[in-house]
Design a protein around this ligand. Structure first.
Ligand code: IMP
Ligand code: MG
Length: 178
């Protein structure tokens, strides 16, 4: 099953493949022993993944609270700069809580390293990371995801929440621009 693929884009992970992997990840998360769980979705890129993963987590019996953390790695191009800024913070106190950070891609790792440090600094009992995609060769910060959807080739990907200069977030699959 695939949505319409626009010209100039080819499919890397189709809808069916993503849906199956998301279901598997939820199964693993349900075995992780979380207590008092708060899921923190990092905006904007994770919004579709988070929405699907949360519903899959529900099917596996989890009932987390949900918060949103809007971060920006400054710059308008296709590569992230080093500086992470909080554009919109979460509203909950995470002290003593288990926190699961959800993001679309782990690339340099700066975004998730920042978010994880922030949660631990604020007293989270546990702060783990689930990333839909991992670009393994690209790390600049010292962080690995606890859970990964797919290993991603070193290409710029779009769709399923991810953008290229604000376009293509709406694609129901993950694609690469030719
Ligand atoms: P990091 O801080 O370098 O790990 O970058 C992670 C963020 O950069 C992700 O949350 C994405 O928003 C963005 N990003 C990195 N690679 C891509 C890509 O191939 N397509 C779209 N966004 C990307
Ligand atoms: Mg992002």
């Amino acid at each position: 099953m695939t949505g319409t693929v626009p010209p100039g884009i080819h499919t890397l992970f189709d809808e069916q493949t993503i849906a199956e992997r998301v279901e598997d990840l939820a199964g693993v998360l349900a075995q992780a022993g979380y207590e008092s769980l708060i899921v923190v979705a990092i905006l904007k890129g994770s919004f579709i993944f988070a929405a699907d993963l949360l519903r899959a987590m529900h099917r596996k019996g989890l009932a987390p609270e949900v918060e949103f953390l809007h971060l920006s790695s400054y710059g308008s191009g296709l590569t992230s700069s080093g500086t992470i800024t909080v554009l919109r913070d979460i509203e909950r106190d995470v002290r003593g809580r288990d926190v699961l950070l959800i993001d679309d891609i782990l690339e340099s790792g700066r975004t998730l390293a920042f978010a994880k440090a922030l949660m631990l600094e604020r007293g989270a009992a546990r702060a783990e990371v689930v990333a839909l995609l991992d670009k393994p060769g690209k790390r600049k910060a010292e962080i690995e995801a606890d859970y990964v959807g797919f290993s991603c080739p070193d290409k710029f990907v779009v769709g399923y929440g991810m953008d290229a200069r604000s376009a293509w977030r709406q694609l129901p699959f993950i694609g690469v621009i030719d």
